[in-house]
Design a protein around this ligand. Structure first.
Ligand code: AMP
Length: 282
């Protein structure tokens, strides 16, 4: 299948949960049916208050609510709260974490990796236009839609100041406490490309100090299995000086991405229905 061939989803009766009958017609019956499944993220207010994250959560909701144009960013449809909890109504990502699929297959092939690169470079272009930096594109934080398309989720890091979690994706400027900008996402894209093709991130090592050292020296070992043109792309993204990194527009045009990406855009009607179901008011 070529990159421009749209996949039209074929429905079966199993896609619908049939509820009570609504009426009888001349040629058949009409039923109430549930189809639109969402993911409901339930957060406890007490825990958020304990960690002092009220402001961050509001910002995270605000950011995600305003990033609704592309199907590679997980949609936040709306939110509500009661006395104890905050509920986020999110797009359901049926294939779960990218990390799990990576673990199962150990590494991805060139078409799958290049497709993820194109999807993320496009989604990041949109985020950066809106002045949002993602900062946390590791496989555990990327979800997958029905066709395996990437859904960028968890914009918590866009607002959190503290560095926590794995170091593997941190760029030199963040480690050194220098001023950083949206280029940190280009670094993450380079780390991710390597991890998808090889099966582990490029700076992984046995201790934090060793990982720091590798990152600051941009000490990347490329296994012989990495295709030359992918190696070229990764090394254009992993640069100590952010000003030397390849811009997102060039990632989208990179010969390796162009040769291997199998990105499929959803049918226009599906995008329109997503837009209609996004009644967020903040
Ligand atoms: P989180 O608290 O956002 O890190 O979510 C915890 C886990 O729940 C994720 O790692 C996913 O496995 C799952 N999950 C979160 N959001 C969704 C979603 N929208 N669709 C499907 N699974 C999700």
């Amino acid at each position: 299948m070529g990159p421009s061939t749209p996949i039209v989803r074929h429905y079966t009766i199993a896609d619908f949960e049939i509820r009570g009958p609504l009426g009888k017609g001349n040629f058949g019956n009409v039923y109430m049916a549930c189809h639109f499944i969402v993911a409901l993220k339930v957060l406890f207010k007490s825990q958020i208050e304990k960690e002092g994250l009220e402001y961050q959560l509001r910002r995270e909701i605000d950011i995600q609510a305003h990033l609704q144009r592309t199907h590679n960013i997980l949609h936040l449809y709306n939110y509500f709260h009661d006395a104890r909890r905050v509920y986020l109504i999110l797009e359901y990502a049926p294939r779960g974490e990218l990390y799990k699929e990576l673990q199962n297959s150990h590494a991805f092939d060139e078409p799958r990796t290049a497709t993820v690169m194109e999807e993320l470079a496009d989604a990041l272009t949109y985020c950066h236009e809106k002045k949002v930096i993602h900062r946390n594109m590791k496989p555990e934080k990327l979800l997958l839609g029905l066709m395996g398309e990437v859904k960028m989720a968890d914009f918590g890091w866009s607002v959190r100041k503290k560095m926590c979690g794995t170091l593997d994706y941190l760029p030199p400027e963040m480690i050194e406490g220098r001023i950083y900008n949206e280029k940190v996402d280009l670094w993450c894209l380079g780390v991710l490309c390597y991890e998808l093709l090889v099966g582990n991130p490029p700076f992984e090592s046995t201790s934090h100090s060793e990982t720091y050292r590798h990152i600051l020296k941009v000490d990347v070992r490329f296994p012989a299995s990495i295709p030359l043109r992918a190696w070229d792309l990764i090394s254009r993204l992993l640069r100590y000086q952010p000003s030397e990194q390849q811009p997102l527009a060039q990632v989208l045009k990179h010969p390796w991405v162009r040769a291997h990406s199998r990105r499929v855009l959803p049918p226009a009607a599906q995008m329109a229905s997503l837009a209609l179901s996004t009644p967020i008011l903040l």
